[in-house]
Write a protein that binds this ligand. Structure first.
Ligand SMILES: [Zn+2]
Length: 372
C-alpha cells in the first residue's frame, strides 16, 4: 500500500526521524541531528522547535567545547507526554506512569482477587488507582495500555481469560477509557507486553518470553518485534498439552502446561513441584523452539522467585531435547513481576516516539487531571 508523500506526511516522517536521533544514547545538538539524518540544519531547527513546543524535547545548557557557537545538546523531555500502564491480574491490579525517557515516575499495585468477580468492580478499582498514579506523576498523559492475562482479539476486545471466568467478550480498553474521562486506552495481553518490556530493556531480538503466574503465557519476539499470530493470539503456551491424561485446566482442556507450571501447582515451593514444573516447561518450550527456531528463552513473571532449581530443570530439559547446535540460552528475567505493567506504559511512550506527529498534528496531549 503506498502512502502519498504529501508535505504533511513528509513533515510527520521527519519529526519522527529527528526524535529518534534525540532519543539515542548520545546527546546530540541540532547540527549533530542534521549530520545524522541528512536533513538541512534549517529543517532540523524548525522540527526541533515543534518538538520542544510539544514538550517532547528539551534543550540542555550549552557546552563550550571547540571554536564557534556553543552547541546545545538535546534530550527527551522528562516532563513531556508520559504513558500510563495498567494491569488486571488474577489477584491484583496495578498502575504506573513511565515518562518519555523510560523512567517510572509513579507505581502502585493493590491486592484484589478477580477469580469470582464480574469485571465492573475490578475496573472501578483499577480506574481509581490510575487516577492516583496520574496525580502522583503530575505529567501530561498521552494514553494508556492495559495488560490482561487473557486472549485479546484483533479488535482489542478481551475474548476470554481462563483464570477470570466471568470476563468473556469484555472491551476492557473502552470500559476504562470511559472511567478515565476519554483517555485512549488499548488492551494488550500481559505476556506480550512483558516480552516487549524485555526487548525495550535490551533483551534478545529473537526469544520466547514466558510469563509465569497463576496463568502461564508467552510473548514471541522475532526480529525484535512481537509475533502476533493470525489474530493476535499467539503465545498461549500455558495451554500447550504436556500430559494428555493430566488434570483438568481452567480453559476446559486437560493436562495443559499451566496445570503443572502455574503458580497454583507450584504453591509452597515444594522441590518436587518445582522440578515437575521445570520439566513441563522444558517440554513445551522444546516444541516452541523447534517450530520457531529461536535461540533464547526468558522466564519472567513469578518464575525468577522459584530460584535456580526451576532454571536448571528447564535448561536440562532443553539441552537434552533441542537439537540446535548452538543450544538455547535460558535465563530469568531481571525485570521483576511488574514487567507487563512497565511494558504497558512503555508501549504508549514507544508509540509517541515512533510518531510524534500524531500528538502535534492530531489530538494533542491530555493534561493530567481527574477524570470527568
Ligand atoms: Zn488449558
Amino acid at each position: 500500500m503506498s502512502v502519498p508523500a504529501g508535505q504533511h506526511t513528509v513533515r510527520r516522517h521527519n519529526l519522527a526521524l529527528v526524535l529518534r536521533e534525540v532519543a539515542g544514547p548520545e546527546p546530540l545538538s541540532r547540527a549533530g541531528v542534521a549530520a545524522r539524518t541528512g536533513l538541512t540544519r534549517g529543517t532540523v531547527s524548525s522540527l526541533v522547535e515543534e518538538l520542544i513546543a510539544a514538550g517532547l524535547v528539551a534543550e540542555l545548557a550549552a557546552e563550550r567545547g571547540g571554536p564557534g557557537r556553543p552547541a546545545s545538546p538535546l534530550r527527551l523531555d522528562p516532563s513531556g507526554p508520559a504513558g500510563l500502564g495498567l494491569e488486571v491480574g488474577v489477584e491484583a491490579v496495578g498502575a504506573c506512569v513511565v515518562d518519555l525517557s523510560g523512567a517510572v515516575r509513579a507505581h502502585r499495585t493493590t491486592a484484589s482477587d478477580h477469580r469470582d468477580d464480574a469485571p465492573d468492580a475490578a475496573l472501578a478499582r483499577l480506574a481509581s488507582l490510575a487516577v492516583d498514579v496520574m496525580a502522583e506523576a503530575a505529567l501530561p498523559i498521552a494514553g494508556a495500555t492495559v495488560a490482561i492475562p487473557g486472549v485479546i482479539g484483533p479488535d482489542g476486545v478481551l475474548e476470554r481469560a481462563p483464570n477470570l471466568p466471568r470476563w468473556v467478550d469484555v472491551d476492557v480498553g473502552s470500559a476504562l477509557s470511559e472511567r478515565l474521562g476519554g483517555l485512549p486506552v488499548r488492551a494488550g495481553n500481559e505476556a506480550d507486553l512483558a516480552a516487549l518490556a524485555e526487548r525495550w530493556a535490551g533483551g534478545p531480538a529473537d526469544a520466547i518470553v514466558v510469563s509465569g503466574g497463576i496463568g502461564v503465557g508467552a510473548g514471541i519476539l522475532l526480529g525484535g518485534a512481537l509475533f502476533p499470530g493470525a489474530g493476535g493470539r499467539a503465545g498461549e503456551i500455558g495451554h500447550v498439552v504436556v500430559d494428555p491424561d493430566g488434570p483438568a485446566c481452567h480453559c476446559g482442556g486437560r493436562g495443559c502446561l499451566e496445570t503443572v507450571a502455574g503458580l497454583e501447582a507450584l504453591a509452597g515451593g515444594d522441590a518436587d513441584a518445582v522440578r515437575a514444573a521445570g520439566r513441563a516447561l522444558g517440554i513445551a518450550l522444546t516444541g516452541a523452539v523447534h517450530l520457531l527456531d529461536v535461540p533464547a528463552v526468558v522466564l519472567g513473571g513469578d518464575y525468577p522467585g522459584c530460584g535456580p532449581p526451576l532454571l536448571e530443570a528447564v535448561r536440562a530439559e532443553l539441552a537434552a531435547r533441542v537439537f540446535s547446535r548452538a543450544g538455547v540460552d535460558v535465563r530469568f528475567s531481571a525485570l521483576g513481576p511488574d514487567a507487563a505493567l512497565r511494558g504497558a506504559a512503555t508501549a504508549v511512550v514507544q508509540a509517541v516516539l515512533a510518531d510524534p506527529g500524531r500528538l502535534i498534528v492530531g489530538n494533542g496531549v491530555r493534561a493530567t487531571g481527574s477524570p470527568s
